[in-house]
Design a binder for this molecule. Structure first.
Ligand SMILES: NC(=O)c1ccc[n+]([C@@H]2O[C@H](COP(=O)([O-])OP(=O)(O)OC[C@H]3O[C@@H](n4cnc5c(N)ncnc54)[C@H](O)[C@@H]3O)[C@@H](O)[C@H]2O)c1
Length: 263
């Protein structure tokens, strides 16, 4: 997909990966709706991006992805403002094992809500224009670790849900692609957590310094690949600190061959 004049909806767009993806697609001539529960940061980000990329190209909308009605209203307001959504980035997420039910509802529930909503809007076989749905999973969803068991499970669910929907044969005529993005640890505000939010954070940091964090730019590269390469569908794009960006299915490929991702 060429991004010029396309409309990109990004949950968790106020900061971190979401904001960086917004900047990158704006530079390619797209329009962006930043959707986030953090109104203060979201509005400030939108203001900055409007100043650098044009006031009519960026809008902020308050949106809690764990609230189905509010999420629907936010999506519809973006459709009203820009006329359509071509790319849906279900990217909002938290890392907090102390509120694990809420964490599941945001990290996985938000992706399910956003995917179903975007599919209904985009499906060409039901009057839409086609599009791409990109769901932010994590390497933590592909490779079990003890630091954040529920977070990892929520991301595993995102990967599985996304790849499962992509196998639906009706989506060929719908012309909607689905991709999950699986970054390894990256130094955003998400990782500024306390001991209650993650098990043994000091050990996590020690290990991450050895295996190396991935950069926000690498994650943006993966998002752009998912948007612009029309051959990518149902795939997990993994981002590992040292090795960079890789596309492929790292749990199961379509012929159910198992990859051992620990090697
Ligand atoms: N940073 C990492 O190490 C890392 C690694 C792999 C995957 N991820 C995933 O990437 C995504 C983006 O994370 P980030 O690193 O940019 O973190 P971040 O904390 O900088 O950004 C997350 C954004 O999501 C928003 N958000 C949180 N709850 C929300 C809700 N209920 N509704 C709407 N918005 C909400 C936050 O306000 C914030 O703006 C998340 O899904 C995260 O799990 C992050």
């Amino acid at each position: 997909m060429q991004l010029k004049d396309k409309v990109v909806f990004i949950t968790g767009g106020a900061r971190g990966f979401g904001r960086a993806v917004a900047e990158a697609v704006l530079k390619k001539g797209a329009k962006v709706c930043l959707a986030d529960v953090n109104v203060e940061v979201g509005e400030a980000t939108a203001k900055e991006l409007q100043a650098s990329c044009g006031p009519d190209n960026v809008v902020f909308v308050r949106c809690d992805v764990s609230d189905a009605a509010a999420f629907y209203d936010a999506f519809q307001s973006a459709v009203t403002k820009f006329g359509r959504i071509d790319v849906m980035c279900n990217n909002a997420g938290i890392l907090d094992e102390s509120i694990w039910e809420k964490q599941l509802d945001i990290n996985f529930g938000g992706v399910v809500r956003g995917t179903v909503m975007a599919l209904n809007h985009m499906r060409k076989d039901k009057g839409g224009r086609g599009g791409v749905i990109i769901n932010t999973a994590s390497m933590a969803g592909l490779r079990p670790t003890y630091w954040f068991p529920v977070y990892g499970a929520s991301k595993s669910a995102v990967y599985h849900f996304t790849a499962s929907w992509a196998q639906n044969p009706d989506l060929t005529s719908a012309e909607v692609r689905l991709v999950s993005i699986c970054p390894s640890g990256s130094k955003t505000a998400l990782l500024e957590v306390t001991d209650e939010q993650m098990i043994n954070i000091e050990h996590f940091k020690q290990v991450m310094e050895q295996v190396s964090y991935c950069t926000v730019n690498q994650v943006v590269e993966a998002f752009l690949l998912a948007m612009e390469d029309d051959t990518i569908d149902g795939t997990a794009i993994t981002i590992k600190g040292k090795e960079g960006v890789e596309k492929g299915n790292f749990l199961l490929d379509p012929t159910t061959k198992t990859y051992d991702i620990r090697k």
